[in-house]
Design a protein around this ligand. Sequence first.
Ligand code: ZN
Length: 229
Amino acid sequence: MVCCGLRFSSPPRNHGAGTPVRVRSLRCSSLPGPRPPARRISRRPPQRTALSSASLAGHYCVKCGTPLTTRVIEGRELEACPNDDFVLWRDPKVAAAVVVEHGGGIVVGRRAIEPAYGLWCLPGGFVNHDEDPKDAAIRECMEEIGAHVELTELLGLYHVAKTTASSIVGIAFRGRVVDGEEIQAGPEMLELGVFRPDELPPLAFPSHREVLKMYEAAAAGSALRPSRE
Ligand SMILES: [Zn+2]
């Protein structure tokens, strides 16, 4: 299949909009790129929160301006106001990731930003506070792979547990590039590639690898379902 290794590079900076450069690599296995990071994100079940002292310092009450103090509330160590009922609840951020089908393969991009500069990932990103997650997924695809994407399936949820920053609740979608659209690397991507699922380069984030497993299960399920006449 020609989809394997078809790569779409980002246009040069300050060069205006242009036709994407397409380079067909010899073999997927010959693709350059760093190995995925050895660090793995802990997926321990939720426990009584033990925030670092650094994360529990320096916040003030939004009602009265008093420095918050540490208090155990509902079994969790939280910052709260000693004068009133304000509690600084720590909420997760919401993100979306999309497995985009295109030309017989899946679109992935090599990151031009940290974290994981130079490594491959799925298109996706954070959901804005006033944004429907589906709209966020489509917007992130437009920003990162330069094409309109139609979401075709909700694959599932994923969770990225963090201790020094907000944890992430992720929503995984399956989608496809709208007919007639061309993909092009956005400013946050060094290049794009379209690979068959079994020939994808290593992905940077464990959560994206988890999303791919959801996709493989969904694709296998849809392949097994009898087609409707
Ligand atoms: Zn207060």
